[in-house]
Design a protein around this ligand. Structure first.
Ligand code: ADP
Length: 539
């Protein structure tokens, strides 16, 4: 080997901010806030305020390697922390407010930071949790002075904290493998686990996600992340957007149809992303009001399987393209993205849509995928053979935070816990999570496929399928349906809709009409459904 003779500048998150301020400093950032007027500035303004926040944090004693926790929605202040905290070598732990009190306290204690910055809407929660927080000594409310609620913890206001601090900073350069973000999995099984993203992983992931084969951003795009900043860094959009020079629109916690629509129309949003539940609500709102999504051209949807009916409605009724993604907290989070290819286009538009809408996405440079069958062999890329999905790459986890053993095998493969197929076009299809697959008489039934089909039945808002214990077949599919308001639907109608679409033995043994519980990350909460209905078929 002979050493290359190129520069080795580390990949730093602060480098993204410096670049954005220099290359498109006047491109706008717009943010809704909690009970404050809409905030407007630009990347140059973000750079100035992130510098102020960095100085303020340093004054609070935060230094390299310290964790700083946030409990906050999608706002410009939270975005400033995304740059200020890693910028000075500390780690931003983005706590998930949708977790239970116990889990939030657990993650804050596990992260071990001394400073917590939170939105005003969490004032009561923080007062309640404070006695259980082992390390936090400084509470900062992400608020202006006027609306500050110091609460029992005596919080300082963020605006007061950064006021008067210098608007420039010489961001330090350090090892690109240093930790930058600490994101916890939602702990649907056991305690949440911490995934510690490095600067290198975040920057590479952001560069890859903007590519034309992925999100395909141009400087003309207006990007509105509806995935939460606290959940796997909102799919890296706060980094991909400034790299590509897009306008950035932040909706705070207002994800209802009317609020999203006001921003889409008013700010000219061309691209948005979020979990399917957000789009279910938005489509229902469009339907009710007769509005159309105006400038919106593309939505990226992931976190759970995208119901085909949703993609169809977006495209055929509103001319909006749907890009499905698959990923997880452990992959920063992007793994695959369903963008078209010439080979699929050659099959005709309908076949291409079918392929794209029924698969989670295609291989992207940077994330290697492997499907391993029960006998330990790598499955052929035939679109049929399913097995455990393994991933590897520079933005894939190696070890959970504060664990003493690696989470990967000797060759660096991480077992995702998903079951999938790969096809010859490089497309991945998730058929289930290992713990959700329905094992009926030795055969497997994909809960995702059944949900997807049932979601197409008129009147269905959310369709959830679990494997319910069965005296003869071990498990049988049980369908739980939450209907749209006013929909008149019964079991016979749902089964009549499904029958022509599935093989007979996939037919759900029963259909229950009830509210479908969602997890802290907006997925169907199968654990709670199993607890409620797991024995429903046992008589
Ligand atoms: P959690 O903390 O809920 O596990 P993650 O976002 O890390 O949150 O969840 C990752 C999991 O979500 C994946 O392992 C997969 O099971 C599921 N998932 C993500 N995207 C999709 C998708 N497009 N289709 C089906 N499942 C998905």
């Amino acid at each position: 080997m002979i050493a290359g003779l190129m520069q080795t500048a580390p990949l730093m998150i602060s480098g993204i901010l410096r670049f954005a301020a220099a290359a498109h400093g006047e491109r706008e950032i717009v943010s809704r806030l909690i009970d404050e007027p809409i905030w407007r500035y630009d990347y140059a303004g973000l750079a100035r305020r992130a510098a102020q926040a960095a100085h303020a944090l340093a004054d609070l004693g935060v230094t390299s390697g310290d964790r700083v926790s946030s409990l906050a929605w999608n706002t410009h202040r939270h975005l400033e922390l995304f740059y200020a905290v890693p910028g000075i070598g500390a780690v931003l732990h983005t706590a998930n407010p949708r977790l239970s009190d116990d889990q939030i306290a657990f993650t804050l204690n596990h992260a071990g930071g001394q400073v917590l910055l939170y939105d005003r809407s969490f004032a009561a929660l923080i007062d309640r949790l404070a006695p259980r927080l082992d390390h936090i000594t400084r509470f900062v409310m992400l608020s202006d002075d006027e609306r500050l609620v110091p609460g029992a913890v005596g919080a300082t206001g963020y605006e007061a904290l950064i006021a008067g601090q210098p608007e420039t900073i010489d961001w330090p350069s350090f090892d690109e493998n240093a930790g930058a973000f600490l994101c916890y999995t939602s702990g649907t099984t056991g305690d949440p686990k911490g995934v510690l993203y490095s600067h290198r992983a975040v920057v590479l992931h952001a560069m890859a996600s903007g590519l034309a084969s992925a999100f395909g951003f141009t400087a003309f795009d207006v990007v509105m992340p509806c995935s939460s900043l606290y959940h796997a860094t909102a799919w890296g959009l706060p980094f991909a957007a400034p790299i590509c020079g897009t306008k950035l629109v932040l909706p705070a916690d207002k994800m209802d149809g009317a609020s999203l629509h006001a921003l889409i129309e008013g700010e000219g949003v061309t691209f948005s992303g979020g979990v399917p539940t957000i789009w279910t609500l938005y489509l229902a709102w469009l339907q009710e009001t007769g509005q159309t999504p105006g400038p919106l051209k593309r939505v990226v949807i992931g976190g759970s399987a995208v119901p085909k009916a949703m993609a169809q409605t977006f495209k055929h009724r509103y001319g909006v393209a749907v890009l499905q993604i698959w990923g997880m907290t452990e992959t920063c989070p992007l793994g695959v993205i369903a963008t078209p290819t010439p080979a699929l286009a050659a099959l005709g538009e309908a076949a291409m849509d079918e392929a794209i809408w029924t698969r989670q996405g295609r291989l992207q440079f940077g994330v290697e995928l492997k499907v391993v069958t029960e006998d330990g062999q790598a499955a052929p890329h035939d679109g049929e053979t399913s097995g455990a999905l393994m991933v590897r790459g520079p933005w894939v986890i190696r070890r959970y935070y504060r664990q003493d053993h690696d989470a990967v095998d000797a060759d660096g493969w991480f077992d995702t816990g998903d079951i999938a197929t790969l096809d010859r076009h490089g497309f991945l299809r998730i058929t289930d999570r290992q713990k959700d697959v329905i094992k009926s008489g030795g055969e497997w039934i994909s809960s995702i496929d059944l949900e997807n089909l049932a979601a197409g039945c008129p009147g269905v808002k959310i369709a959830a399928v679990i494997g319910a214990a069965h005296p003869k077949w071990e498990e049988r599919p049980l369908l739980v349906i939450e209907t749209h308001d006013g929909a008149d639907l019964d079991k016979a109608a749902v089964l009549a809709f499904l029958t022509p679409l599935i093989v007979k033995w996939w037919t759900p043994d029963d259909v229950i009409f009830a509210a479908v519980p969602l997890t802290a990350t907006g997925k169907i909460d199968k654990k709670r459904l199993r607890a409620a209905y797991g024995n429903h078929l046992m008589g």
